[in-house]
Write a protein that binds this ligand. Structure first.
Ligand code: HEC
Length: 288
């Protein structure tokens, strides 16, 4: 019987793999192969079940012929009892013809029960003793980290779509604050926290060396003025960040810094147009 079962299983497996191969050749969609494999699996289970039932019947016939009880491993596992054994197991109590069987716990139940214990021990070892697996919280944090990295990668890409040709002034508070944060980190050393100026020029007045409109400020930040000590920031920030920085610098306009540096450059009218004033005259006006 065992031979018959293994031969049938082998044939089914071969048939299954042939089926899978044909499915690969005629792959019409991504789901087709998996559907075929799934159907194959179900057919396999059905076939095994039929085979076991058949073997069961054969065993019973044999049992009938030699009078002894033959139980297949499946019968034992499923705790199926012959009528004879059932009679032996019947308890003496009898209520209106209803009797009770003193059945031991079936092996299939014990199998599941002991499996849960083994799985439980492996689980504790894996997650709590060896700590080789991440617990839910850690898993959540990991996933959030991955998502953050993805978002950052996307934003870096999207951010670089902003350049001096299409940059616009940001006015939202959150954007200005983001710019202010970057400014405190990287720019305040030379331009002072409040924009009053030190090594770098005063960013709060209306006098600009390189233009005071958003595009010009963006360009100054991006390409810098290397000859004069203003770094090019294009490799440190993406377009979006430089837009936030430029917008923050614009927001400093008209504020009063603690120690304002004297104006440098040309007076810019609001709207970005340069007033026809040369820098010497500008200084003179500002110093009055
Ligand atoms: C190492 C010192 C230094 C740092 C750091 C620095 N700057 Fe400058 N910045 C300068 C100098 C010097 C100038 C003037 C360049 C010139 O004379 O042409 C300048 C000029 C500028 C100008 C043009 C001002 C004008 O009048 O046209 C802007 C805008 C500016 N910086 C913004 C920034 C921002 C934003 C950051 C931070 C990302 C920054 N700077 C970091 C030194 C610095």
């Amino acid at each position: 019987m065992r031979n018959k079962i293994s031969i049938t299983l082998a044939m089914l497996l071969i048939a299954g793999s042939i089926g899978a191969q044909t499915a690969e050749v005629a792959d019409n969609g991504p789901g087709l192969t998996s559907i075929l494999v799934g159907v194959n699996g179900i057919l396999l289970i059905v076939a095994v079940f039929l085979l076991l039932t058949l073997s069961n019947a054969v065993q019973k016939l044999k049992a009938g012929s030699d009078g002894k009880e033959h139980l297949s491993w499946w019968d034992k596992f499923a705790a199926l009892k012959s009528e004879k054994t059932e009679q032996e197991l019947t308890l003496d109590e009898n209520f209106d013809g209803i009797t009770e069987l003193d059945n031991p716990t079936p092996p299939w139940f014990n199998f599941i029960f002991y499996t849960t214990i083994i799985v439980g021990i492996l689980y504790i070892l894996h997650y709590h003793v060896l700590k080789s697996g991440s617990l839910q919280d850690a898993e959540y944090v990991e996933e959030v980290e991955i998502a953050k990295a993805k978002t950052a990668a996307y934003l870096a890409k999207a951010g670089n779509l902003i350049d001096e040709s299409n940059v616009t002034l940001l006015t939202e508070k959150s954007e200005i604050e983001a710019g202010a944060k970057l400014y405190q980190e990287k720019c305040a050393v030379c331009h002072v926290n409040d924009g009053g100026g030190a090594v770098g020029p005063n960013l709060t007045d209306a006098y600009w060396l390189h233009g005071g409109d958003i595009q010009s400020i963006f360009k100054t930040i991006k390409y810098g003025v290397p000859a004069k000590g203003m770094i090019a920031w294009q490799n440190s920030f993406n377009g979006k960040q430089m837009q936030q920085l430029a917008s923050f610098v614009k927001s400093l306009q008209g504020t009063t810094p603690a120690k304002p540096k004297e104006p440098q450059g040309e007076l810019m009218q609001e709207g970005g147009a340069a007033a026809p004033v040369d820098s010497a005259a500008a200084k003179a006006t500002a110093l009055k």
